[in-house]
Design a protein around this ligand. Sequence first.
Ligand code: AMP
Ligand code: MG
Length: 410
Amino acid sequence: MNDCDSPELIAYDDALAQITSSISALGRVSHLPLKQALGAVLAESITSSIDVPGNDLSAMDGYAINTEDFAVSGITTLPLSQRIAAGSAACPLAPASVARIFTGAPVPQGANAVIMQEQARVDGDSISFDNCPAVGANIRPAGNDIRRGDTILQKGCRLRPQEIGLAASIGLRTLPLFEPVKVGIFFTGDELVEPGEVLGAGKIYDSNRYTLHGLLQSLGCEIIDLGLVGDTLEATRQAMLDACDQADLVVTSGGVSVGEEDHVRIAIEQLGELRLWRLGIKPGKPLAYGQIRDTAFIGLPGNPVSVFATFCLFVCPVISILQGRGWKKPLSFPLRAGFDWPEPDSRREFLRARLELDSSNETLVQIFPNQDSGVLTSTVWADGFVEIAENQTLVTGEEVNYIPFAHFFS
Ligand code: AMP
Ligand code: MG
């Protein structure tokens, strides 16, 4: 039977729903210093116990004044009464005077605006201004960024540099984080050789190992790498048991198809439960999903593009749920296609694509000319996927669904 007509292919939406509903959060929490928090997932929402900033601060280098000391019209000249640098404490502003003030310094009691130094004329200790500023000008009020009691970070957020900076801004030294998901990986294929080694006849370099390392690192996972595994059922079973013993999730590449050298699916059936196999997607049809003991197992196909695509489509959701973040379908954009797609396929297709500008500087989405699942170059050229629905055809100018790769990792 032709693959496209095969009744047993599981539709993408069904497969994703089945996989995500079978996973739950691990929930192990530890408190780590801020410098170790990048990429980790926050285990509790964070509430501030302080205002940020704690005082009214000057936003400029200039002069703190009270607008009531200004003449109704014309030039105002006032004496200098104090100098306030960032980090110092201010005295109340002496009546009818100005204070020299610097960016980040506390605004003295009695002042209600700061005039930038470029708008002042200095003659010894006499400072003259042409115009009266608005009340509050160039002052960052206390609590301008954060107010005491505000929830500044939500449980389940992935910590980027800016979240870590925000936590530091309220004085936290550590954060409660979900411990990294431990992901066991191995790679099947007698044809595989490690980069740096001599490439013998019939061999290829193992690229999936390095793609997977990068993908898992970008999700903040702990990687347990069992390396290359030969194409025998016994070696595959042994690697699977080792990986499942140590990991929360096992992800492998290759050996899930229907050839005599493909042992991963059979080993899952023997050692645990095969829950899904053969999906209605392109690339990535032979993906196998199952469970061995308490560990979820995702056997990705061997083709390098299939590894990348199915990682985004299925492994990202699984890891996100294990990490305590849940999973929402990544945001996609309807965009004008810069290409035709004349051949319908019964599988949902995920084409490697990127945004480009047409001759009138309008955005459109273009696809890499070679969509073969062995052409890893397509994933480097592209920034995202065009999602083509089952049996859909397309002509240039029609709208298509574009999903940036980054949306799977946010
Ligand atoms: P398989 O799913 O094992 O039949 O492999 C499908 C294709 O992917 C074959 O052409 C393999 O040589 C290739 N392949 C499998 N594993 C890797 C790997 N780790 N790196 C690069 N290519 C691979
Ligand atoms: Mg193989």
